[in-house]
Design a protein around this ligand. Structure first.
Ligand SMILES: Cc1cc2nc3c(=O)[nH]c(=O)nc-3n(C[C@H](O)[C@H](O)[C@H](O)COP(=O)(O)O)c2cc1C
Length: 236
């Protein structure tokens, strides 16, 4: 039997037809962490009339940036796309996924490969608060500049992607806790995106996240059984 192949765009957009639920995403009364983690779903249909307050977007981003990062260098950078014209420009670059234009904002999560150059700024702030002696701070900053400064582009990119994943997850959970919905997206042309939106060369494109008021709940979760995922102590 031959199975018809789908284009990337079909693959990404077909998902809405499979999803037959008519319900809006669940509004949580209980925002206990485990409830938020269980209830967050990738939401692909949004209320296009709903505008989020900038203060709420900032509050979500601030919570996201509490995520851990390698040597606390916080390499994440965000391009918040709120202008409808700019969202329209992004639409074809992101395989015409409708959530790009319907959600209140699209947040492009980026990772700066040169973030280690901020080591002095970050560690001086810690020292100024009296949480690190000045000489230890100097040693720390020097080791970071030497160490990260000697890493290959690929290694710095890997760090940016790991930290970028952590901040993205925290962003999506913070949004859910505040009554909003999100979908992470890797289905876009990174090269075109960076070019069209003047993204600096040293920034890695991590993912796009649509953020807004969900109109239709995402899929109920299906996950592989834990037993298939976990080994204890060492592999046989
Ligand atoms: C890195 C990454 C890229 C993704 N890219 C897309 C995408 O381009 N379009 C889309 O509709 N969903 C995308 N997803 C969402 C996944 O399909 C979704 O997370 C998965 O089906 C599990 O569903 P859940 O998020 O509701 O738990 C992406 C998820 C991740 C983590």
């Amino acid at each position: 039997m031959s199975i018809k192949k789908m284009s990337k765009e079909e693959y990404l957009n077909k998902v809405k037809e499979i999803d037959t639920t008519k319900e809006a995403p669940k509004q949580l009364e209980d925002t206990n962490f485990l409830t938020v983690a269980k209830e967050r779903r990738s939401v692909r249909q949004y209320d296009p009339e709903f505008n989020m307050d900038k203060s709420e977007v900032l509050e979500i981003l601030e919570a996201a940036t509490l995520a851990p990062s390698s040597s606390n260098l916080q390499p994440w950078r965000f391009l918040v796309i709120e202008d409808q014209k700019e969202k329209e420009r992004l639409l074809p670059i992101a395989n015409n996924q409708q959530q790009i234009v319907d959600a209140s904002v699209v947040i492009a999560v980026l990772g700066d490969r040169d973030a280690y150059k901020n080591a002095d700024r970050i560690y001086s702030a810690i020292a100024e608060k009296g949480r690190m002696p000045e000489d230890v701070k100097d040693m720390y900053v020097n080791s970071i500049l030497d160490g990260y400064g000697s890493f290959s582009k690929e290694r710095l990119a890997k760090i940016a992607h790991i930290d970028g994943g952590l901040v993205s997850m925290q962003l999506m959970l913070a949004a859910k806790a505040k009554g909003y919905d999100t979908v992470p997206m890797g289905g876009y042309d990174e090269i075109k995106f960076k070019k069209e939106f003047n993204v600096p060369e040293n920034y890695e494109a991590i993912m796009l996240i649509s953020l807004g008021k969900g109109a239709k709940a995402g899929f109920e979760k299906t996950r592989l059984p834990l037993d298939d995922l976990i080994n204890w102590n060492r592999f046989e």
